[in-house]
Write a protein that binds this ligand. Sequence first.
Ligand SMILES: C[S@@+](CC[C@H](N)C(=O)[O-])C[C@H]1O[C@@H](n2cnc3c(N)ncnc32)[C@H](O)[C@@H]1O
Length: 252
Amino acid sequence: MNYNPQSNNVGNIGDIIKHAALVELARLIQGRNPDTCINYLDTHAYLYKSPCTNNRWAGDVQLLAKKYKGYTPYYEIEQSFIQQGHYLCSSALAVKTLKDPRLFLAEKNDVTRATLANQLSEAGVKYTALKHDFKDFLNYTDTSTCGPIFGLIDPFKLNDHEWQGLWQVLSNTLNTIHNPQSDALFIVFNFSKTGTPAWQLPPNNLLNIVGVIKHAPYYLAVYATKNIAGPAQAVLNGLGWDVGEICNRQLI
Ligand SMILES: C[S@@+](CC[C@H](N)C(=O)[O-])C[C@H]1O[C@@H](n2cnc3c(N)ncnc32)[C@H](O)[C@@H]1O
């Protein structure tokens, strides 16, 4: 299993929308918890850095940045690496934006995971866990890492079976690495060629959908705890996300 389809899609518009939100929400959660180590959970991590396969990357981001100022911090972080031939992927953007985060990463492709481990080591980045499959976090029990949690859930596609697995993992991580009084934020990415996918609600009622965006075939949603829902919506609004009707379900 050497080939990873993500290698042909690095820096496309789906990545741009996802990674700009990642940078802005990371800044938000760290800003609200300035002296706290944030737990960063990347269930489908891919690499730390990779060649950019979108040669229109700069133009695509600048177009968005003209309309929405929120794209500028992402552009500024990524641009200097692009000039050196590297695109910073999600875990790298989290490392650059959060202050010494605890990294919980999973990557199923063996070659990709080995390369990711090498890249992290070369960059001097330590991680708390690097798992083979996101479902391995079902067995994670170390509650000493409890704190605010920021996550990216980024498979190529989410079918019903995968949603179920994800909610089980989220329930477990929310019970172990998340402190119930603190912020939790998750970005979820879905790819669909058959129209807007249904965004599902997590079973434990702790998280709510606070914003969605579509740029077919790329669809994203952000899930958040009540305490950070309003500030997250303000950030997403500044990136052109829809923070309207879908997001009005009351949290218990
Ligand atoms: C869309 S890419 C992730 C991109 C990355 N998060 C980013 O934003 O830069 C999806 C990755 O998930 C990996 N993957 C697929 N199934 C997985 C699973 N069950 N557990 C962990 N990783 C998985 C794939 O090998 C691929 O590298």
